[in-house]
Design a protein around this ligand. Structure first.
Ligand code: ADP
Ligand code: MG
Length: 885
């Protein structure tokens, strides 16, 4: 059989519809199933673990219609687009049923509750570039516009940046918002090859390429104005030349095409610049494990997990946003901190707020569904419950003189009104489908009540009619039954038929083995009456429901305001609760340039250790020209001494303070920072296809270009990814540059002890205390001034089971190379490592002696991963070097 012949009319219909939706998985309705064919079937059967079958030579798989939402949710999570094709004409045997695409569901545009993650935003993003160079903030370049929105909540954002910094900025934005789907300008993808590489880091993000003409500024302006109901976009800081305009416009057009719903809940767009918030670039985001850990990308052991005691989905989403967008100015920070403090101080009220908040549902997404006319009765009940809680919160705030939900009298009344409307109208046990009936409460509409009583009466009529026929015919077993196909009928069982005399006005409908079925004229009339009443009730309920929904929609601005206020309150109470729980303190802010953290703790590590086991540590740094306080702390200490923890806790305390949270310390006096950079040497990043050392250096270069005296720089073992000589030289040069040219507050941890010999008035050396007794070592996790005496590498090597001769030889070498371990006492050595005040023209050659390099290599050997053979080879290489020296 040739392929041509095997194509049934239905398959032809399938192929022609599929042709128009090549980029989507086509759900083709066939009776009670959605079927997928060909490549769709092959892919989806694998993704969803479905049985693959054949239909006239085509691979096929299917899912039951009633369970489709679960499967759709899973496909969306895998980054798939789904086109739903329904049967739109009645099914007539032997004829081809008409079918049409009724809905396109994509990961970035889905709004169904089962398709979304509760406490997370669901972003759809778009990126494009300006057609020619423009000048913005003094920079002339092609500019990249990046816009994103969450259609389920109506939140809409956009930003722009010069093409020269595309890689860092685009990576940062993607990392922060993790869109589910992105619309990409085709020519941008072609001219900037890294775009595809960066997107490929998010394999479940659906990518759609669009030709340039889709990014028209004029069309975009019209579409945005229409959506926001404004004449211009001036109030959103958007002009016709803004790079943000075209991608923002395309997002709305894309929603028009896919959802086809009204977007009235999208009432504005927030354009931001990098400088509006503390800059946290992608590497920093990852290294500090703010929202996702490095291990499995979940939120276990993250800062988010520690501070997230939010009670609402809005709060959880806002907390995620805030952690990536710490505030920059002392004024803004203080305002937020004062609110946290107000809740912190009133423990009783805090507890009350938390209890009430637990009753507030996702007002943002609920109103989104109302605006898109996709809400059902249960959604309105959820809004009602949330309103009740908001009214309680507002009352509490008023009587206890708190800061939240201070609504104008009119808004408050409006809120109560809406609550009353919803309370009186929507039945508590309402069904999801309007056609099931029972959506509206009795007493809400006279008309509906009347219709319902007609139906009730009709039922009574039916009963009395049956009674009448029973007495007249004398057939006691006579029953009135109903089924969907034939409606109401009278039934006489076989047994009774033998003895009974069938009345003349009984019209026989069917004869079954067990009984005969009849109808009568009177019964048909009754039935018509009943049907009418039923239908009228459904129609009436539908109308009433739409009217109630319109009441909600009329107050959408108020509901948005409530959603925003409740979200903020939730995050602030979460901060206050965390502070109570873990004994955190309110940080103070000044503009002195000083960062003074007394007895600080790591917010995450501490909470995962038994109480009291975490060793607190202090740090004072200043970026002001005041020479009395250094800007740069160089921290040495053996592996496992606690260096990395100390570094990160300093960054996390700074970040927490600038988002308005209390901090884990005894006291913290801070100056706002503009950027937080955190780099970790030798981090594996094979996914990006770059060597680890290249990544390390690229990331370091980025800091050196972008950090200022107001930044906080955390460098953990930078220079580890290369040979000792290179690594040490780079670490030193980077340190010098940070000290001289940038002057940022820096914490620099290193296992290169030589580096600790750097001398500079703005530099202080710290190390981690180690207790040595009877050949055993204990890491005290305490930061003290000075330089680590040993790296204890040989000690650790011995514990790891390196052969004794190797250990002995290493010990010999070590003592030969460093006769006096307290390096700082050696004046000559100090001289050698003193950093001149002016920048050096070129690095010196032979910065370190062979002995020093060998010792360094020895100390950085990972003994866990070294085989005895490798160890011997290393020793022989060292021997050669020393003999040839
Ligand atoms: P390093 O970077 O010096 O190798 P880490 O910072 O990775 O050391 O810490 C090593 C281990 O010690 C970690 O498992 C951490 O949980 C624990 N630790 C670090 N600092 C402290 C501290 N201040 N108090 C208690 N335990 C700590
Ligand atoms: Mg470390």
């Amino acid at each position: 059989m040739s392929k041509q012949v095997s194509l049934t009319p239905m398959m032809q219909q399938y192929l022609s519809i599929k042709e128009q939706h090549k980029d989507a998985v086509l759900f083709f309705r066939l009776g009670d199933f959605y079927e997928m064919f060909n490549d769709d079937a092959l892919e989806v059967s694998k993704l969803l673990n479905l049985t693959l079958t054949q239909r006239v030579g085509s691979p096929m798989c299917g899912i039951p219609y009633h369970a489709s939402r679960i499967y759709i949710a899973r496909l969306l999570r895998a980054g798939k687009k789904i086109a739903i094709c329904e049967q739109v004409s009645d099914v007539v045997p032997g004829e081809l049923t008409e079918r049409k695409i009724t809905e396109i569901i994509t990961p970035g545009t889905a709004t169904g509750e089962d398709f979304l993650e509760q406490g997370q935003n669901n972003y759809l993003a778009a990126v494009s570039c300006t057609p020619k160079e423009i000048t913005q903030d003094g920079v002339t370049d092609i500019f990249i516009g990046f816009a994103y929105l969450d259609v389920s909540t109506g939140e809409f954002f956009a930003t722009s940046f010069p093409r020269a910094s595309f890689d860092e900025q685009f990576r940062k934005e993607l990392g922060h918002i993790q869109p589910r789907e992105i619309l990409i300008q085709m020519s941008l993808a072609e001219s900037v090859p890294t775009l595809k590489v960066l997107c490929s880091e998010y394999p479940h993000m659906l990518q759609n390429l669009y030709p340039d003409w889709h990014f028209s500024a004029a069309t975009a302006e019209k579409r945005l104005c229409a959506c926001f109901g404004t004449e211009t976009l001036k109030s959103f800081a958007i002009t016709a030349a803004s790079p943000e305009l075209p991608p923002a416009g395309l997002l709305l057009q894309y929603l028009d095409q896919t959802t086809g719903a009204a977007l009235t809940h999208i009432t504005g767009i927030k354009v931001y610049r990098d400088r509006d918030f503390v800059i946290i670039d992608d590497a920093t985001r990852k290294n500090l494990e703010l929202l996702q850990n490095l291990h499995d990308s979940t939120d276990a052991f993250t800062l988010f997990e520690t501070v997230n005691h939010t009670k609402t989905a809005m709060g959880a989403r806002l907390l995620r946003q805030w952690l990536y967008q710490p505030l920059r100015t002392a004024g803004e920070i203080k305002t937020r901190l004062d609110k946290t403090a107000a809740l912190y101080r009133k423990e009783k009220e805090l507890a009350a707020v938390r209890t009430i908040l637990a009753d507030v549902l996702d007002i943002h997404r609920l109103t989104g569904r109302v605006a898109m006319q996709r809400a059902h009765g249960k959604d309105l009940l959820a809004i009602k419950q949330s309103l009740k809680a908001c009214i309680e919160l507002a009352k509490l705030s008023k009587t206890k003189k708190l800061f939240f939900l201070q609504l104008p009298e009119g808004d408050f009344r409006n809120m109560e009104q809406l609550y009353t409307i919803l309370d009186r109208s929507i039945a508590e046990d309402c069904p999801i489908a309007v056609s099931d009936g029972g959506l509206i409460k009795p007493g809400w509409s006279e008309k509906l009540d009347e219709l319902r009583s007609t139906l009730d009466n009709a039922n009574k009529l039916l009963e009395s009619y049956l009674e009448q026929e029973r007495t007249q015919s004398g057939i006691k077993s006579l029953k009135i039954k109903y089924n969907r196909l034939s409606g109401y009928f009278l039934e006489i069982t076989r047994g009774s038929l033998k003895t009974a005399e069938i009345p003349e006005h009984f019209i026989k409908r069917r004869s079954l083995t067990t009984a005969d079925r009849f109808t009568t004229e009177a019964l048909s009339q009754l039935e018509a009456k009943l049907n009418d009443a039923g239908e009228n009730i459904i129609t009436c309920e539908k109308e009433l429901f739409l009217a109630v929904q319109a009441e909600v929609f009329d107050r959408i601005e108020l509901l948005h305001l409530l959603a925003k206020e409740v979200g903020e309150l939730d995050v602030l109470q979460s901060f206050a609760h965390t502070a109570v729980l873990h004994a955190w303190v309110q940080p103070e802010f000044s503009d002195s340039g000083i960062m003074d953290i007394r007895e600080g703790r790591h917010p995450v590590v501490e909470t995962h250790l038994p109480s009291g086991e975490f060793v607190p540590n202090s740090i004072v740094l200043s970026s002001a020209a005041d020479p009395a306080i250094p800007a740069f702390a160089l921290i040495t200490g053996p592996n496992m001494a606690g260096k990395s923890t100390f570094l990160r806790q300093t960054a996390l305390i700074t970040l927490l303070a600038q988002v308005g949270s209390f901090v884990p310390a005894e006291k913290a006096v801070l100056t706002p920072v503009d950027c937080i950079f955190c780099r970790v040497g030798a981090s594996d990043n094979l996914a990006r296809g770059e060597s680890t050392f290249l990544v390390e250096m690229t990331e370091t270069a980025y800091i050196l270009r972008n950090a200022s005296a107001h930044s906080l720089v955390i460098m953990d073992e930078i220079g580890r990814g290369t040979s000792t000589g290179d690594g040490l030289s780079i670490a030193r040069a980077v340190s010098e540059y940070l000290l001289h040219t940038i002057g940022a507050k820096t914490l620099f941890a290193t296992h290169y002890h030589e580096l600790a010999k750097l001398v500079h008035p703005r530099l202080k050396t710290l190390c981690l205390d180690v207790l040595e007794s009877e050949g055993k070592i204990v890491f005290l996790k305490k930061v003290i001034e000075g330089i680590a005496a040993h790296s204890y590498g040989i000690h650790v090597a011995e514990l790891a089971g390196l052969p004794q001769p190797v250990i002995q030889r290493a010990t010999e070498l070590l003592s030969a190379a460093i006769p006096d371990n307290s390096v700082s006492s050696s004046a000559a050595a100090a001289q050698d490592y003193t950093v001149p005040e002016k920048k050096k023209a070129a690095p010196e050659q032979n910065l370190f002696t062979d002995e020093e390099l060998i010792i360094n290599e020895m100390l950085s050997v990972n003994t866990d991963e070294t085989t005895p053979i490798e160890a011997l080879q290393m020793i022989s290489r060292w021997k050669n070097t020393l003999l040839n020296a």
